[in-house]
Design a protein around this ligand. Structure first.
Ligand SMILES: [Zn+2]
Length: 172
């Protein structure tokens, strides 16, 4: 899914974790789990898979067309902006690492950070002990073939539902 969907879902999960000595750890773990779960839902996205906008994954940023970079950057900026808005609106504690909302969002972004963000994913690919994570992420994610068949609007609507529901839980 898009980063904005993952991050807001993770933040909403973090907000739902009851206060306690391990709440940030729980928020982080449940955030990671939510990432894999949401990747099973038909959706549309930028970066994931063997193809990125028709390019093989692992294509360096310098070889990507500007539209791919722009849509990826827009997704990241949208995720960060909405997260900051939610964080301030909810008057979450500072520093950020004391907030379960923050840790839920970080956990929910982590799998894509490791596997699909240029530069970082190239580094992680060199770590053989991380292979299992990439294989699991690939396995649980809806296949590229299926993704290509998801109509553009359907792929966005599933995420619109995730984003709206998360915002409702976070701001309601
Ligand atoms: Zn993913």
């Amino acid at each position: 899914m898009l980063t904005v969907s993952h991050v807001l879902a993770g933040a909403a999960i973090g907000a739902a974790v009851p206060d306690g000595p391990l709440d940030n750890g729980f928020a982080f773990g449940l955030g990671v789990a939510s990432h894999y779960l949401l990747d099973t839902v038909p959706h549309w996205e930028n970066w994931f898979g063997k193809e990125i906008h028709g390019l093989p994954s692992g294509t360096p940023l310098t070889k990507m067309p500007p539209i791919s970079i722009a849509s990826g950057a827009f997704d990241l900026v949208a995720a960060l902006t909405l997260f900051l808005f939610v964080f301030i609106y909810r008057q979450e504690p500072l520093p950020v690492w004391e907030s379960a909302v923050f840790w839920g969002a970080v956990g929910a972004f982590l799998p894509d950070l490791l596997d699909n963000v240029p530069f970082i994913s190239q580094l992680v690919r060199r770590l053989k002990f991380m292979d299992w994570e990439r294989r699991f992420h690939d396995w649980i994610h809806i296949p590229d073939e299926a993704k290509r068949r998801v109509p553009y609007l359907t792929g966005l609507i599933t995420q619109l539902i995730v984003v709206s529901l998360s915002l409702y839980l976070l701001l309601g």
